[in-house]
Design a protein around this ligand. Structure first.
Ligand code: ATR
Length: 280
């Protein structure tokens, strides 16, 4: 039987958990597919994508895209979903008779993890999004669609937060969510949910906001997982918040991708629990 092929493309990609997650989804839903990983040279994304699409060991159906190719992936697709357009980036491509479809499941992955796995409803809440780079842009649209009362976007470089908010202004109006862009320095206000979409912990810079931003029992999410999320998680715990790393978002964005490709929703909470146990 001809095998349906999928993969994750990135640079670096060797530590990606996506092949394991998708293999487990396939096993649990009885789907027959192979999901691999491909390390792509930094200057060769388009050519590498063509090579995968014409792989003769099976039929290439789609791929996930990770750092740093998410922008390029959105740019070269023939059809781009509304949420990928807003994000300016794609984390999933599907190969169809019409061409290449690009979508972005990062944001809905985060929202599903917060609402379903962490059990925190976002509607009517005060949310703080720290950062205005690629990771923040990837999640803002679906966050707005969950209809919090307010989302404050605070970034070290203020004009980037302004630009990101501006791009999402129409959607926010439609969803009745207020968008604010306070300065990161001297940040005031208290939030129910704080999302760290900065790379600050990678540079060892610590958490760039005061602990007063956390309402008692607030949910404090880092989009990263593993050691990269540690300093933010420890900070949150020390100040009475509920810390959450990005592992749930990783599994949930994969679940949405699996649903797009295979038309079946995999049991993501089970796979998340297994992955967490494996990583401990
Ligand atoms: P990514 O794709 O991971 O979002 P990025 O687009 O380079 O990567 O964005 C990194 C984000 O982390 C930016 O919001 C960046 O702030 P600037 O726009 O001011 O560069 C933020 N960031 C990185 N180091 C930081 C630090 N030490 N303190 C605060 N924010 C930081």
């Amino acid at each position: 039987m001809n095998m349906d092929l999928y993969c994750v493309m990135g640079h670096p990609v060797q530590h990606s958990r996506s092949p394991w997650i998708h293999a487990r989804f396939a096993e649990l839903t009885g789907q027959h597919l192979h999901y691999g990983k491909r390390l792509i040279p930094l200057d060769n994304f388009a050519q590498s994508l063509r090579e995968f699409m014409t792989d003769t060991t099976g039929t290439a159906r789609g791929c996930n895209i990770t750092v740093p190719f998410k922008f390029e992936a959105a740019a070269l697709a023939s059809r781009v979903s509304a949420r990928a357009k807003l994000a300016g980036a794609a984390n999933i491509l599907s190969f169809t008779l019409q061409g290449i479809d690009a979508d972005n499941t990062d944001g809905i992955g985060l929202v599903n993890d917060i609402q379903r796995n962490a059990g925190v409803a976002l509607a009517g809440r005060d949310v703080l999004l720290i950062g205005a780079g690629g990771a923040a842009a990837g999640v803002l649209g679906p966050l707005i669609e969950a209809r919090p009362a307010r989302i404050a976007i605070a970034n070290r470089t203020h004009h980037k937060a302004l630009a990101l908010a501006e791009r999402h202004r129409a959607l926010a109006l439609l969803q009745d969510t207020e968008l604010h862009t306070p300065y990161l320095k001297g940040l005031a206000g208290h939030f129910d949910v704080i999302i760290n979409a900065t790379a600050s912990s990678l540079g060892g810079a610590g958490v760039p906001i005061p602990a007063s931003a956390l309402k008692p029992g607030a949910l404090a999410c880092d989009l990263m997982y593993g050691p990269a999320a540690n300093s933010f998680m420890t900070w949150a715990l020390e100040h009475g918040a509920v810390p959450r790393d990005g592992l749930g978002m990783l599994v949930e964005q994969a679940a949405e991708a699996f649903l797009i490709w295979r038309g079946v929703r995999p049991p993501s909470p089970q796979v998340l629990a297994e992955l967490r146990a494996m990583m401990e």
